[in-house]
Write a protein that binds this ligand. Structure first.
Ligand code: ATP
Ligand code: MG
Length: 283
């Protein structure tokens, strides 16, 4: 049976379980054990600290895992990134005290940098020909400069709020990360089939993110103009209405463009516009 390693608690736990639920994999979270079998899909979930996930997948204790790409890169185990999952987005950046004048990566020459990601940092420093000392600390890296432990930090940033409140400024964005599904390639034919089914479902959930379903009544004469405004997956669906000269038009739009599109559609006579959420898109 497929086994999937998930973060037991922390930033990726909830969204990992939410994704599983969206793809029809029910995990009984109420009596959570170290290893839990799904009641609706042939898979079991192994709860671990995120640091350990790349290694257990590499070693084969679990064939699959959901973890931040940052951990995969830092730990360096040869596992395959099967799918990028679109949540847990963050970056690992270099930051320095905000009063410092920054003139480019060479600023770091001869400096001490505190981090929990020494391997990713080493690679960056080498690539940029910088010689700096790395001070490895786990947790609360952002206080290192004020505590006199380092001149700079290399740490995870998402909004940047933590940096600002510690008197730091982000100067180099080095590594972009998000949650990924990783695997070790050791699947029986049956497990491979189940993995493919899982991936198919994940793709349909990913495809629906940021999309909305829009339907409206439209004067028939405006159809051509509406087609220009709404390039849909194939083309928008046009249905006749009982009132002559009118039709009902259905389409899928990107959430980010929604209000622009609505404005343009109203301008060509669209009425009774309905906007609905999209759960899954099956290509
Ligand atoms: P564990 O106890 O499992 O070792 P942790 O404390 O190492 O947990 P979390 O802080 O829960 O890890 O973060 C897990 C992952 O979430 C990170 O490795 C990263 O990929 C992602 N992430 C997204 N945004 C942030 C953020 N602002 N700070 C830290 N991690 C983030
Ligand atoms: Mg961790």
């Amino acid at each position: 049976m497929l086994r999937l390693a998930l973060q037991s608690k922390g930033r990726l736990n909830e969204e990992s379980l939410a994704l599983l639920s969206e793809i029809g994999i029910k995990i009984d979270d109420s009596k959570r054990k170290f290893l839990t079998k799904s009641s609706s899909f042939p898979i079991e979930v192994l709860y671990l600290r995120d640091d350990d996930i790349p290694q257990v997948v590499f070693a084969g204790t679990s064939q699959l895992g959901i973890v931040g790409l940052n951990e995969v890169e830092e730990k360096g185990f040869k596992v395959k990134v099967i799918s990028k999952l679109g949540f847990g987005g963050c970056r690992i950046s270099l930051a320095i005290p905000k009063g410092e004048e920054y003139d480019g990566p060479q600023w770091f020459n001869g400096k001490t940098i505190a981090t929990s990601y020494p391997n990713i940092l080493k690679k960056y420093l080498k690539k940029n020909n910088i010689s700096a000392r790395i001070e490895v600390i786990t947790g609360s890296v952002e206080i290192a400069p004020a505590a006199g432990i380092s001149d700079a930090i290399f740490d995870i940033v998402s909004s940047g709020g933590t940096l600002v409140s510690n008197g730091l400024k982000e100067v180099e964005r080095v590594f972009e990360s998000e949650a990924v599904l990783i695997g070790n390639g050791n699947f029986s034919p049956e497990e491979k089939e189940n993995l493919d089914e899982m991936l198919f479902r994940i793709e349909s959930v990913k495809a629906s993110r940021g999309k909305q379903y829009i339907l409206m009544n439209l004067p028939q004469k405006s159809i051509d103009k509406a087609l220009e405004i709404l390039p849909s997956m194939r083309s928008p669906t046009v249905l006749p209405l009982a009132a002559s000269g009118w039709c009902s038009l259905h389409s899928v739009v990107d959430k980010k463009d929604l209000w622009e599109k609505i404005k343009a559609l109203k301008a060509i006579g669209a009425e009774g516009i309905l906007v609905l959420g999209v759960d899954k898109i099956i290509a």
